[in-house]
Ligand binder design. Structure first.
Ligand code: FES
Ligand SMILES: [Fe+2]
Length: 363
């Protein structure tokens, strides 16, 4: 397999589409009575909940003198500015001004569409009229009763696309994660890539191999004492703009997993969604969901902490890579065969970004 010629040249870092749903927070990060400040796509936002629990995202800068509303307080369903007390309702309209009866009709801050889904709060930083909840990427394993697990948030010191590149090519496991999930067979195994205008899928099977330590433990959680070879899979599902759910697992070798019978194996989904914070940083939300031993909190905790350790290795690499990019502004990216999945994801993003630029130009 060789890289499509059209894919070999790439900008190191692209911008990001604004007309898209991005995860702003885990649902538990925005609690009753609390205000969370978070920057999404270079836009500071203040997130809170109404008395009924509905999540709200307002621009984190007061209409009057730009004081951060996240430093203020919640009054009923409204945010009160910490500086001179202007109040803004969930739609962003000012409802109260100190020492004056009439409210300037232009007094408002942007209010961003928010949807609670899959244990996350999703925001739409772009044109609110286009914010169709149907476009929220599929992460149903997060709250499907057939799956159990948990995850965390990484404040990654890199552009979100570097994380997409990282997850679309898992051969890096051999080098970055050699003590847990890495093994030589990753680089040797052939893979296939399919795509449409919103999705890219990279499929890789490794048959009849020794399980690496992480997977040996997991298959023994389901089949105590298991010894022997396994068939291992990694099926990477990218959905634009920045969600990647990776179907991973191992099954006893030769029991039919590649043909669809996974009953002799263990299966997880590595759920990842990256939200641009600035051009050099992103909020990286991840979880590891499994479909076996659902009631074991011990396994949930062990998997979460195990993956947390693995992702710390990526975090260090991504930060170092971003620093090297900044130090070498003229050096281009070169692409290998392994980059094919990531290159298709970039193509989709380039199209989305170009379409928004055209819309803006057309006025
Ligand atoms: S800056 Fe918010 S009320 Fe003055
Ligand atoms: Fe990794």
């Amino acid at each position: 397999m060789s890289v499509d010629r059209r894919l070999t040249a790439t900008a190191k870092i692209l911008g990001h589409p604004r007309n898209a749903w991005y995860v702003a927070a885990w649902d538990h990060e925005v609690t009753a009575g609390g205000i969370l400040a978070r920057t999404i796509c270079n836009t500071p936002m203040a997130l809170y909940r109404t008395r009924e629990g509905r999540p709200v995202a307002l621009a984190d800068a007061c209409w009057h003198r730009l004081a951060p509303l996240s430093m203020g307080r919640i009054v009923g369903d409204e945010l009160q500015c910490p500086y001179h007390g202007l109040r803004f309702n969930p739609a962003g309209r000012c409802t109260h001004m100190p020492a004056q009866e009439t409210i300037n009709p232009s007094a408002a801050v942007p209010s961003y569409p928010v949807v609670a889904r899959y244990r996350f709060l999703w925001v739409w930083p772009g044109d609110p009229d286009l914010a169709d909840p149907e476009l929220i990427p599929d992460m149903h394993q997060m709250d499907d009763p057939a799956w159990a697990g948990d995850g965390k948030l990484i404040d990654a010191a890199c552009n979100y696309q570097l994380v997409i590149d990282n997850l679309m090519d898992l051969t890096h496991e051999e080098f970055v994660h050699s003590s847990s999930i890495g093994q030589e067979e990753l680089s040797d195994a052939d893979f296939s890539v399919t795509h449409d205008d919103r999705h890219v899928t990279v499929t890789r099977w490794m048959r009849g191999i020794d399980p690496p330590p992480f997977w040996r433990k997991n298959i023994r959680d389901k089949f105590p004492g298991f010894e022997g070879k396994v068939d291992r899979w990694q099926i990477i599902h990218f959905e634009a703009p920045s969600t990647i759910c990776i179907d991973v697992g191992v099954a006893k070798a030769g029991t039919g997993a590649p043909e669809g019978d996974r009953s002799q194996g263990v299966n997880g989904f590595v759920m990842n969604t990256m939200t641009p914070q600035t051009d050099r940083s992103c909020h990286y939300f991840w979880a590891f969901m499994r479909n076996y031993r659902l009631d074991s909190q011990l396994i949930t905790t062990q998997l979460r902490e195990g993956v947390h350790g693995v992702f710390g290795e990526d975090e260090r690499m991504l930060k170092a890579q971003q620093e090297a990019i900044d130090a070498n502004p003229d050096h281009e990216f070169y692409s290998l065969n392994i980059d094919m999945g990531g290159m298709w994801a970039r193509r989709i993003l380039e199209r989305m970004i170009a379409a928004e630029a055209t819309d803006v130009a057309a006025g």
